[in-house]
Design a protein around this ligand. Sequence first.
Ligand code: 8ID
Ligand code: ZN
Length: 349
Amino acid sequence: SLPKLQWAQVVEEAGGPVIYKQIPVPTPGPDEVLVNIKYTGVCHTDLHARKGDWPLPVKMPLVGGHEGAGVVVAKGQLVNNVNIGDHAGVKWLNGSCLSCEFCRTSDESLCPDASLSGYTVDGTFQQFCIAKAAHVSILPKDVPLDAVAPVLCAGITVYKGLKESGIQPGQTLAIVGAGGGLGSLAQQYAKAMGLRVIAIDGGEEKKELCQQLGAESYVDFTKSKDLVKDVQAATPDGLGPHAALLLAVAEIPFQQAAAYVRPRGVVVAIGLPAGAFLKAPVFSTVVRMIQIRGSYVGNRQDGIEAIDFLRRGLIKAPFKTVDLSELPKVYELMEQGKIAGRYVLKVPE
Ligand code: 8ID
Ligand code: ZN
């Protein structure tokens, strides 16, 4: 039988700290499952939620987290696609209505009634987490629960972003924020898809990581005197990358990308720096036929495909594992831009 109380990291007021404490174990509704979380990644989105810096209201008190991998321990009476004992992943999209036009056309992340793990509903920084059965990812049992955790948001998001960019094998991709959580996974998916990668980030630790992950070149934004020129110079023919994935949590790179992609280049905005704007000169955007678009997580099928890349050994992104109780330290490092790759929290048994 299940315990009545569990350990969780709780934000009690907007902008306040996370508090490690015991809270009740929730009961799943008729269309929901209860997942005993074993590992959960820490995404920069969780820090945005803790700080409350987005124009989207956050539930309070809040249990954050949306990269949770664990075991299904209870389910509602309407659930027949998931069994007790299945390995399951809880993602950013905790649930959606499944009947609006967006859900009907597999754009579930655009559902006006979507519920978001660790934002509008409690997430994965707890031992037992609820998710809608229709949206939970069923994980093959040969996929390790620690390594799959970052794939559940970071992996799916960059995989979808790559599809949205329309880039083709052999073409060159700029990844901005390449040494971070999303960036390190983006490099792995890009490589698996036969793309050539220009990694853009700051500092030596991230440079080493990007080289290990197979980037053809590294542009250090903290050192470059003319980033647009340096990125273009890093492409084989000097004309600039075919696409750019913007994963950084700063506004400046969102103003630079339209200038360095080659004519017909595609800029995919994924990072969500607070209060930032996308800006590009109309003239050069028109005559160079540049596309600028947003990309927001992925649908259920994108999730299955992104996880399958991991299962098949096509991607391997580095992560460090610490205990759930150490979340405040992880946030501190993240705030300072000091995390190369991802942190994964081990949830107590
Ligand atoms: O669906 C979505 N669109 C989605 C899904 C998941 C996450 C969006 N996100 C958002 C997060 O909310 C966050 O705003 O993507 C952003 C990145 O998340 P993350 O990868 O989890 O963050 P990180 O690990 O801190 O990595 C950010 C990297 O950006 C670099 C940092 O050095 C770090 O490695 N960076 C920064 I800050 N400024 C840069 C710059 N000017 C830069 N890299 C290059 N140029
Ligand atoms: Zn995320």
